[in-house]
Design a protein around this ligand. Structure first.
Ligand SMILES: NC(=O)c1ccc[n+]([C@@H]2O[C@H](COP(=O)([O-])OP(=O)(O)OC[C@H]3O[C@@H](n4cnc5c(N)ncnc54)[C@H](OP(=O)(O)O)[C@@H]3O)[C@@H](O)[C@H]2O)c1
Length: 275
């Protein structure tokens, strides 16, 4: 597995991660107590961990934290980099702390590596939320602070409202099919040593059957999805997090890094997906 430095931390995180958002219906049924296909999903996460993927992304709203807990059971805590998220209506100090404690309980851990604000909430001052985050870092319950779905302006405000620690990451939709963060957010993150967790990196799976990517992939003995993930992961601060719900896909995704599409092929592909 290829590992890259996470933000400015010196911590090494796998160049590709695993997401654990399934679908809205799954969330509703899981909320009611039925976690459909749980065993296969746990097995998929477990297989990724065995292949060296240490970045696992979840959220309090996904209902997948208990599955992640089962998948990491028996592993050394330091061998997993757990990222979870606080929902946007839980951003007041006391509520954030409650959410964090509940996530840690469901995950069966005493700290979270990366705690992310899932969506911004203009009704709660960002300074209050970031103050609570810093308090939790001081208490050893969070290692790194992140945001998700923030505009550039919101991210800069979040960054500047931190007093003691850095903003370590943002999580945004990013794939060859949606390159909008390249305009502003990605350059800001590159300049400031902020990691980008790229969600929907396969454009909901669409890129896995793309003909142009298939042709290029054939040269490297790789699939279209592996080429799509490789191109994102080739940027030093970008960590794609394709959903890890099926062992076969997780294995393919693990092999999407540790090699490089040539600069020439990358330029060709980026031109094709220029919009
Ligand atoms: N921050 C946010 O607001 C936010 C929003 C959405 C998602 N996320 C995070 O980002 C993660 C990724 O999003 P996503 O999983 O929906 O999008 P995605 O990775 O773009 O696409 C997922 C689809 O691709 C398929 N897939 C995965 N690996 C594949 C492979 N190697 N070959 C072919 N198909 C493959 C999956 O099928 P299978 O499931 O059958 O493997 C699924 O249908 C989520 O799980 C979540 O952790 C965050």
């Amino acid at each position: 597995m290829e590992y890259k430095q996470f933000a400015k931390s010196g911590v090494r995180v796998s160049a590709v991660g695993m997401g654990t958002y399934y679908d809205p219906l799954w969330i509703v049924t899981a909320y009611l107590g039925w976690r459909r296909g749980a065993q296969a999903k746990i097995q998929a996460i477990r297989s990724g961990l065995e292949l060296g993927i240490n970045l696992v992304d979840t959220a309090e709203i996904y209902q997948s934290e208990p599955l992640v807990a089962k998948a990491i059971a028996g592993l050394r805590r330091e061998d997993v980099f757990l990222a979870t998220k606080v929902w946007s209506n839980h951003l007041r100090r006391d509520r954030l702390i409650k959410s964090l404690e509940a996530s840690m309980r469901r995950l069966g851990v005493s700290y979270v590596d990366l705690y992310q604000i899932h969506f911004p909430n203009p009704r709660v001052p960002i300074a209050e939320t970031m103050g609570a985050m810093e308090e939790m870092v001081d208490k050893g319950k969070i290692r790194f602070i992140g945001v998700s779905n923030f505009s550039l302006e919101q991210m800069v405000e979040a960054h500047h409202s931190l007093k003691k620690y850095e903003l370590s990451s943002t999580q945004m939709e990013y794939s060859l099919a949606n390159r909008s963060i390249e305009k502003d957010i990605l350059p800001y993150c590159e300049k400031n040593g902020i990691a980008v967790l790229a969600y929907f990196p396969l454009a909901h799976g669409k890129l896995a059957s793309n003909t142009a990517l298939s042709k290029i992939g054939a040269k490297y003995g790789k699939t279209p999805s592996q080429v799509a993930l490789n191109i994102l992961a080739s940027k030093p601060n970008v960590f794609p997090i394709p959903r890890g719900s099926r062992v076969e896909h997780v294995k393919l995704n693990a092999e999407s890094v540790g090699w490089r599409v040539s600069e020439e092929d990358k330029a060709k592909i980026e031109a094709l997906f220029a919009g």
